[in-house]
Design a protein around this ligand. Structure first.
Ligand SMILES: *Cc1c(COP(=O)(O)O)cnc(C)c1O
Length: 459
């Protein structure tokens, strides 16, 4: 029988959990702490700030209010907190990646917040539940949205099912064909799923007429979802990233992490997240960035994107549409242009031409450092992480893993014991096709030679 000596080395604690009672009861709103005002969304026809009445045609009033609120903390409704606890399985754990540290031989401590434990496998349920709740409260019967790889579509389908709403999802056609399992997941939750471009909208039909096998894109699917909503009084639109209210709901991640770091007795020196539209990065880092903006913290923040979709590192900062058809208001953001055709990388959730306006401002002010990687090096890092920690990262999250490993290797060179923390935004168990190609050596990198000038910025 093994006997533990009293003077044995204390066991490292590798997991930091909060009890369900410790879920934050407010979301953190970064707007009042930003170094400058977010430029308002503008109407493409008049180039004037967009009429709020147009926004309430698409979104419930509370979400439109949250979009511009200047209150630093906004209370999470009791029904949403209950859904976070009973359905989304919050709080999510913070882990120390001790095995990865050992494999790297680094003096750095590496921590990750793990959002893959939620029922649909990513952070997206955090805003899906809040959005479904506010829509239900205002008498909406049906939610319409777009999805790429299916992470957002499955989160919204699950949240709609929880709150008793119907859902229709326009799924980018290539993903609809290549990722049948997320479509199945959405349909299990009762959603109607159509490949986009579809024959349900006039925009979709016009694209199918040109090319019956059109592969689709997120921008096109957004256009179809909006056209669908504008034709049905009882329906509203739902977006899974980019907008202020979406990033706001995700801050439950960072607020939990803040308590967990206190419990661990450490404070991160470097925080890292992958960026598609910016919601998981913002959710994880904004509560900490708020402290840095208010002068009580000097953490570094690294935002990681694919080199094939380099809006933060190579885009322009200008007003641009959120969709391909040009139906949305214009947002001021780092963008590759709304007509940019993102190459077919496996991180479907990062295939978007723009990023959140608030994140764009933080990049302009040097508070967030953007960085881009190719997918082969990203899958290589994810492979190392899987062998060390046992979890297969989503291809999107794997971008953050790669940056965390690079920072840990720099710490090894300099001999500094830095604390690195990243957000593992989801698991990759429904994305094994990308790992298959990585193992077969058939994974391709895409380097856009030049971001064509005509696709940039305002149209
Ligand atoms: C959608 C998604 C992302 C990218 O979207 P953000 O809004 O930038 O967070 C990242 N990771 C996972 C797992 C996703 O599903």
């Amino acid at each position: 029988m093994a006997v533990v000596e009293d003077d044995a080395a204390p066991m490292d604690i590798l997991r930091f959990d909060l009890s369900p009672r410790e879920i934050p009861t407010s979301w953190y709103n970064i707007l009042p702490d930003l170094p400058e005002e977010v430029p308002p969304p503008i109407d493409p026809r008049t180039r004037e700030p967009v009429d709020p009445a147009l926004l309430t045609r698409l979104f419930p009033k509370t979400l439109v209010q949250q979009e511009v609120s200047k209150e630093r903390f906004l209370e999470i409704p009791a029904e949403v907190l209950e859904a976070y606890r009973s359905f989304a399985r919050r709080p999510t754990p913070l882990f120390r990646a001790r095995n990865l540290e050992k494999a790297l031989g680094t003096p750095a401590e590496i921590y990750y917040k793990y959002e893959g434990v939620t029922p649909t496998g990513s952070h997206k349920i955090n805003t899906a539940l809040a959005q479904a709740y506010y829509n239900k409260l205002e008498g909406v019967e049906r939610l319409v949205t777009e999805t790429g790889a299916g992470q957002w579509g499955s989160a919204l389908s699950a949240a709609s099912s929880y709150f008793g709403l119907k859902t229709r999802v326009y799924m980018v056609r290539v993903s609809y064909m290549q990722k049948p399992y997320r479509r199945t997941l959405m349909e299990l939750f009762g959603a109607e799923v159509y490949p986009s471009p579809s024959d349900k909208t006039s925009f979709g039909r016009s694209l199918l007429k040109e090319d019956p096998n059109h592969p689709g894109s997120l921008g096109i699917a957004i256009s179809e979802a909006i056209e669908d909503v504008l034709g049905d009084e009882k329906a509203k639109y739902s977006l899974g990233s980019v907008l202020n209210h979406v990033l706001l709901h995700q801050t439950v991640i960072g607020l939990e992490a803040m308590k967990q770091f206190e419990e661990a007795g450490v404070s991160p020196d470097i925080m890292i997240g992958a960026v598609g539209g910016g919601s998981n990065f913002a959710g994880f880092t904004y509560p900490f960035i708020g402290e840095r903006l208010r002068g009580s913290r000097n953490t570094r923040f690294i935002a990681v994107e694919p080199r094939a979709s380099p809006s933060m590192t190579r885009g322009v900062y200008d007003y641009d549409f959120g969709d391909t058809a040009g139906m949305t208001p214009l947002l001021k953001m780092h963008t590759l242009g709304h007509k940019y055709r993102v190459p077919p990388i496996h991180a479907g959730g990062l295939r978007y031409h723009g990023v959140a306006p608030t994140l764009s401002i933080l990049i302009n002010h040097g508070i967030v450092e953007p960085r881009a990687y190719h997918q082969t090096e990203v899958f290589g890092a994810a492979h190392m992480f899987t062998k060390a920690e046992g979890i297969v990262p989503a291809p999107e999250s794997a971008h953050a893993v790669k940056a965390a490993i690079d920072e840990a290797l720099k710490a090894k060179e300099s001999g500094r014991r830095v604390v690195i923390a990243f957000n593992l935004s989801g698991h990759g168990l429904l994305d094994l096709q990308g790992y298959r190609e990585y193992l077969d050596g058939s994974l391709q990198d895409f380097e856009p030679e030049e971001i064509p000038a005509k696709t940039r910025g305002r149209s």
